[in-house]
Write a protein of this length. Structure first.
Lengths: 292, 260, 332
């Protein structure tokens, strides 16, 4: 029983990160119809920058406050220099484009930070808390809180602000949005910046648990992509549920079957669910069918 | 007279919008039937249901004795129904000849293996396909530009190409979606002649047109749709004199004027 | 028909080039790189047909490559099967898996297929690492026998180079035949307008699936050649990186032409040699530098040369002029 609880805690922690990456996917996809497989690189960059800033003596809070805008700028740069020039390319090309961006960033990261995983100090004192025979580290609690915070901020941004209205307009009909004076190009740029920012936050939160390394991004991107599709591409609640479920399956699979096969198990489950319910767990029938 | 196409009590709803409301009509053997109606009458929806691109909400559509609603479009084509597209769908990445050769797809059968190994049967079949396709091109008068890239053709020639491609499937029933849209007077004239010749070869033709002239000169029977409902059916004379048709068209014109 | 003659001319010129190469380049390192190029050519040709003609993407082609490699490795080392017999299974198994996936492909259209193939690649790689009783895990299988023909053993070097490229040449020939046939025409029509192809009676789903199966079988064939070139294999050659590299080959060379895939496979090998050589002189050029280059190539090609290298070069040499005169004829 305590084993199960432990697996659930681990699953919800990593699942929270997948959920944030998946939210980044959905944010970009709903505004610009781009599947951004480089999403995981933002997470990697968040962790790595945090490490570098801390290592060079920058105070903890300042490091956090510096990392977010730097990664956000990288997200905007990605949109302006890579995605926008390829506008009009088909979905297949756009996927390839973001894969290219992903391995490009990863290659650079390995040259800057080397290949060994980095150690980042936790947000607060990290003595595990015991309850019901399982233990949970404060950092795990932080990760879940950060995920909830990201969900809340995203909800506020999309539902209550002008930019959010722009996002919604572009997502519904980009031509109509343009007629209303909303620039889809600008919104696309914002969506990349926003996704990069939440990716960076995820990266900083998970770093003390999952020592960041240069090559973590692509796999995280793939998992975020699966979580987003699993939840029903285009649905934010679906992305969160998809991410959490993916994390849980992985951790339960690792605990009860084989830790080496945890990813294989998780992806197999996702594939089977998609075969039974092609629209994902919370998706509408029509969403995500377009494209290739 | 045998019935080629039978539309039986067909209703189509998109959410709350009714695009077709228990519409029934038939297209007989060697008959040219025109479907007309003002903008938004539901012509395209009806056409797309007859080609199985859309599925009716209720009712049935039969080709000869076979129900075709719900079948995948490629199966409908294999049964003997062929079509053209209002918003042209020529294969722009292929030559004019190759476009028509695709029309011969269901008349031939070379598969992966016989193609990969260039078996004599496949080569012989390929020769027949080219000959038949050239014949179709001759029929519509495009044989001189067989090797030209189809994407570079002007609109009028693309419409002729679509007609040739549709005929290459050797259909018994040909569905033409706004075939004269964007054509000049001379081209429309040529198209009218071609459609008559097609019928004379024993093919039934179902024409959906926004423009009245072509339909009125060609059709044996005209069906008029307005706001998803069939408001008239009969010979071109009968339909032209039907007060409901006149008011439907006049009303639509007035609305357009006000909108403009 | 004149177009076909041109194709044959190109084909024979290419074969001649391949035959002559070992006479000019003798360093064994280059010969083995050229052999790898032949093996990857086989994968790229299949993947190119899938991407360029069926309009589908596979981000997990290394899974089929790996299944082919491991099937033959396991059958020949643990069951002492003759490699020529294991070849059948090395191609059949990936094909069957593709068939199963392809059956669901109509549902897994669009982004789902990209995700599904990605997932497949990751699953298969994990299985290769974890199914230790059969695959020997991360350390891999060793003692793989050589392919023999009439008592002659193909060892790594010139003889294996010829074996690989003769098979690759046959694959190219078969694929060209398919493209210039009713099947290839149907595939191109799907790419041109799926809705019109369907309306002309082309069962688009079936054709896409067949190409998927064909590309999987070719990847299996390449895996077979990869296995028997080496004394040992391990899962690291069949991961996500390998899948992305296959996609890079196809995108770089150009996916709408068989020769594009061939060119892409060769170029990627040349770039690897270049980086390797550079790394001997400049310390910061590590193996990861490859990713920077391949990432940059993928982005640059999609942005500046979406058709890929081969069609772009081909259009510079005369073809373009030919098209223009044809267009003028129409206008006149």
């Amino acid at each position: 029983m305590s084993d199960l609880l432990q697996y659930i805690i681990t699953g919800l922690t990593t699942g929270s990160i997948y959920a944030i990456v998946a939210l980044g996917f959905v944010t970009i996809y709903s505004v610009s119809k781009v599947i951004n497989l480089a999403q995981g690189e933002f997470v990697m960059l968040g962790g790595m920058l945090m490490y570098s800033l801390l290592a060079s003596g920058v105070p903890y809070l300042v490091s956090i406050l510096l990392t977010i805008p730097i990664v956000t700028i990288m997200g905007v740069l990605l949109e302006r220099t890579v995605i926008r020039p390829a506008k009009g390319a088909d979905a297949l090309s756009l996927i390839i484009l973001t894969i290219g961006a992903s391995i490009f960033v990863r290659g650079l990261a390995s040259m800057i930070w080397g290949k060994s995983p980095k150690k980042v100090e936790p947000f607060t004192n990290n003595d595990p808390i015991q309850f019901a025979g399982a233990s949970i580290t404060p950092q795990s609690i932080w990760v879940m809180l950060v995920m909830l915070l990201v969900v809340a901020v995203l909800y506020f941004l999309v539902e209550k602000t002008v930019i959010g209205k722009g996002f919604q307009a572009c997502s519904a009909n980009s031509l109509a949005a343009r007629l209303l004076g909303i620039s889809p190009a600008k919104m696309s740029m914002f969506s990349f910046g926003l996704s990069a920012a939440i990716g960076a936050i995820a990266g900083m939160a998970i770093s003390p648990i999952l020592f960041p390394s240069y090559d973590m991004g692509l796999m995280l991107g793939v998992k975020g992509f699966s979580a987003a599709i699993f939840g029903g591409l285009g649905s934010s609640p679906g992305a969160v549920v998809g991410g959490l479920v993916l994390g849980l399956i992985e951790s339960l699979g690792a605990g009860y079957i084989s830790s080496g096969l945890k990813e294989a198990i998780a992806f197999t489950v996702v594939l089977i669910v998609l075969l039974v319910r092609p629209s994902g767990i919370l998706g509408e029938k029509s969403v995500g069918k377009g494209g290739l | 007279m045998t019935t080629m196409l039978r539309v039986n009590n067909v209703t189509k709803q998109f959410g709350g919008v009714v695009a077709a409301s228990s519409v029934s009509f038939t297209v007989g053997d060697r008959e040219i039937v025109g479907l007309i109606g003002p903008n938004g009458a539901g012509k395209s929806t009806m056409f797309n249901m007859c080609t199985a691109v859309l599925q009716p909400t209720s009712g049935e559509i039969l080709y000869k004795q076979t129900r075709i609603d719900g079948l995948p479009p490629y199966k409908v084509a294999q049964l003997g129904i062929s079509r053209t597209f209002q918003n042209l769908q020529v294969f722009k990445n292929m030559t004019v000849l190759e476009n028509v050769m695709i029309g011969q797809h269901i008349q031939s059968k070379a598969g992966f293996l016989s193609s990969a190994l260039r078996l004599p049967s496949a080569l012989k079949e390929e020769k027949t396909i080219v000959e038949n396709s050239m014949e179709m091109l001759k029929f519509v008068g495009l044989e001189d530009i067989a090797d030209v890239n189809a994407g570079s053709l002007p609109l009028g020639k693309q419409r002729l190409l679509e007609l040739a491609r549709a005929l290459a499937t050797r259909p018994s029933l040909l569905l033409l979606d706004e075939i004269a849209a964007g054509l000049n007077h001379k081209e429309t004239q040529q198209m009218t002649d071609l459609i008559r010749q097609i019928r004379d070869q024993g093919i039934s033709v179902f024409v959906v047109e926004h423009d009245m002239d072509l339909v009125m000169t060609l059709s044996d029977k005209v069906i008029v749709l307005d706001q998803g409902e069939k408001i008239a059916e009969g010979t071109p004379q009968e339909v032209q004199n039907d007060p409901r048709v006149i008011s439907a068209y006049l009303g639509a014109d007035m609305e357009e004027d006000q909108a403009g | 028909m004149f177009k076909q003659n041109k194709t044959w001319l190109g084909y024979f010129a290419f074969v001649a080039l391949v035959l002559i190469l070992p006479l000019v380049v003798t360093k064994s390192y280059y010969i083995s790189i050229a052999t790898f190029a032949g093996i990857y050519t086989i994968v790229a040709v299949g993947l190119g047909l899938l991407m360029g003609y069926a309009g589908q993407i596979s981000l997990g082609q290394a899974a089929f490559f790996g299944i082919g490699a491991y099937t033959s490795a396991v059958l020949t080392t643990q069951f002492a099967l003759n490699p020529w017999i294991s070849l059948v299974f090395a191609m059949l198994l990936p094909a069957v898996l593709a068939y199963i996936m392809g059956h669901t492909m109509s549902r897994l259209s669009g982004y789902y297929l990209a995700m599904a193939t990605l997932a497949l690649g990751i699953i298969i790689h994990a299985v290769l690492v974890e199914w230790k009783s059969v695959t020997k895990g991360a350390s891999g299988l060793y003692g793989i026998p050589k392919i023999e023909l009439f008592g002659f053993a193909f060892k790594q070097g010139v003889s294996y180079y010829y074996l690989t490229w003769i098979i690759a040449a046959i694959v190219i020939l078969i694929t060209i035949n398919i493209i210039h046939s009713r099947v290839g025409r149907a595939l191109r029509s799907i790419h041109g307008s799926e809705i019109a192809a369907n309306a002309m009676g082309v069962d688009t789903g079936k054709f896409k699936m067949n190409v998927f199966i064909y590309s999987a079988a070719l990847a299996g064939l390449a895996g077979f050649l990869f296995t028997h070139m080496n004394y040992s294999i391990n899962p690291s050659s069949f991961g996500l990186d390998a899948s992305i590299q296959f996609v890079t080959m196809v995108v770089l060379g150009g996916m709408t032409s068989v020769w594009g895939a061939v060119l892409g496979a060769i170029l990627v090998q040349l770039i690897k040699i270049f980086i390797h050589t550079l790394g001997e002189h400049i310390p910061f050029v590590t193996s990861e530098f490859e990713h920077v280059i391949f990432g940059a190539i993928l982005m640059a090609v999609i942005i500046f040369m979406p058709k890929g290298l081969f069609p772009t070069i081909a259009s510079l040499f005369g073809k373009k002029g030919h098209r223009q005169t044809a267009a003028e004829e129409v206008q006149g």
